[in-house]
Design a protein around this ligand. Structure first.
Ligand SMILES: Nc1ncnc2c1ncn2[C@@H]1O[C@H](COP(=O)(O)OP(=O)(O)OP(=O)(O)O)[C@@H](O)[C@H]1O
Ligand SMILES: [Mg+2]
Length: 212
C-alpha cells in the first residue's frame, strides 16, 4: 500500500549520519527466519546480549512479543502473517535508521514478505542481513517447547507452519545456521555477516571508526 497523497515526509533538522555519529554506531537489521522451535529467539537473544555487552545498541523484535502488543490484532491466516511481517519490517527499518541493530525474530514463512522487508531496507540505504535458522521440522517437533507441534500434528492448530502451512526457505540468505552449530559460533557468524569485529575489538573499533 502506498501513502496517500496528503502524507508528506517530515524531515528533521539532523541527518541519519548525525544520529549514528552521536551513538557511535550504524543501525542495521538482522532478520531471523525459520520454523517454530528452530532457535530464532535463542540466537537473537544471544546476539543482543553480545552487542549490548560491547556497547552497541540492539533490540529484539520477537514475533511473540510483537504479537502481544503492536500486532495483537493479527492472527495466523496468510493475510495476517503478511501484515505481521510488513509492520515488523517497517519498525525494524525505523530502528535501523535510528542507529540500533534491530533483531527481528519471526517465522516469516513466505519468501515474498521477507523480500519486501529486504527491499524496504535497501531502498533506504540500510543494511539487511537475513539469517536462515535451518533446523529441520523433525528436530523442531522433538524440541516442541510450546507444545505446538503436538497440537498441530493432532489437527488442533490449523495453518501451522511446517505441518499444515508452507515454509518457503530463503533462496539467498546472508547466513544459514544449522541445528548443530554451537550458539557461540552462531553468534560469531551473525556478527561476521553484519561486518562487526568480534569480541573486544568492537569497543575499540567503535571509538576509532564511528561504528564498525
Ligand atoms: N541450537 C540449539 N540446539 C538445541 N536446542 C536449541 C537450540 N536453539 C534453540 N534451542 C531450543 O529450542 C527451543 C526453541 O528455541 P526458540 O524459542 O529460540 O525457537 P524459535 O525459532 O524462536 O521458535 P518460535 O518461532 O516458536 O518462537 C528452545 O527450547 C531452545 O532452548
Ligand atoms: Mg521465538
Amino acid at each position: 500500500m502506498s501513502s496517500p497523497t496528503e502524507v508528506v515526509w517530515s524531515f528533521g533538522r539532523i541527518t541519519r549520519r548525525d544520529r549514528w555519529r552521536a551513538l557511535g554506531m550504524r543501525g542495521a537489521t538482522v532478520w531471523f527466519t525459520g520454523l517454530s522451535g528452530s532457535g530464532k529467539s535463542t540466537l537473537a537473544a544471544a546476539v543482543e546480549e553480545h552487542l549490548v555487552a560491547n556497547g552497541l545498541a540492539a533490540y529484539r523484535l520477537d514475533g511473540d512479543n510483537v504479537r502481544s502488543g503492536l500486532n495483537e490484532d493479527l492472527g495466523f491466516a496468510p493475510a495476517d502473517r503478511d501484515e505481521n511481517i510488513r509492520r515488523v519490517a517497517h519498525v525494524a527499518r525505523l530502528f535501523a535508521d535510528a542507529g540500533v541493530v534491530a533483531l527481528a525474530a519471526l517465522i516469516s514463512p513466505y519468501a515474498e514478505g521477507r523480500r519486501h522487508a529486504r527491499a524496504l531496507h535497501e531502498e533506504a540505504g540500510l543494511r539487511f542481513v537475513e539469517v536462515y535458522v535451518n533446523t529441520p521440522v523433525e528436530v523442531c517437533a522433538l524440541r516442541d517447547p510450546k507444545g505446538l507441534y503436538a497440537r498441530a500434528l493432532a489437527g488442533e492448530v490449523p495453518g501451522f507452519t511446517g505441518v499444515s502451512d508452507p515454509y518457503e526457505p530463503p533462496a539467498a540468505p546472508e547466513l544459514v545456521v544449522g541445528p548443530d552449530t554451537p550458539l557461540a559460533e552462531a553468534v560469531d557468524d551473525v556478527l561476521e555477516a553484519l561486518g562487526i569485529p568480534r569480541g573486544n575489538e568492537v569497543c575499540e573499533c567503535k571509538v576509532h571508526h564511528l561504528g564498525w
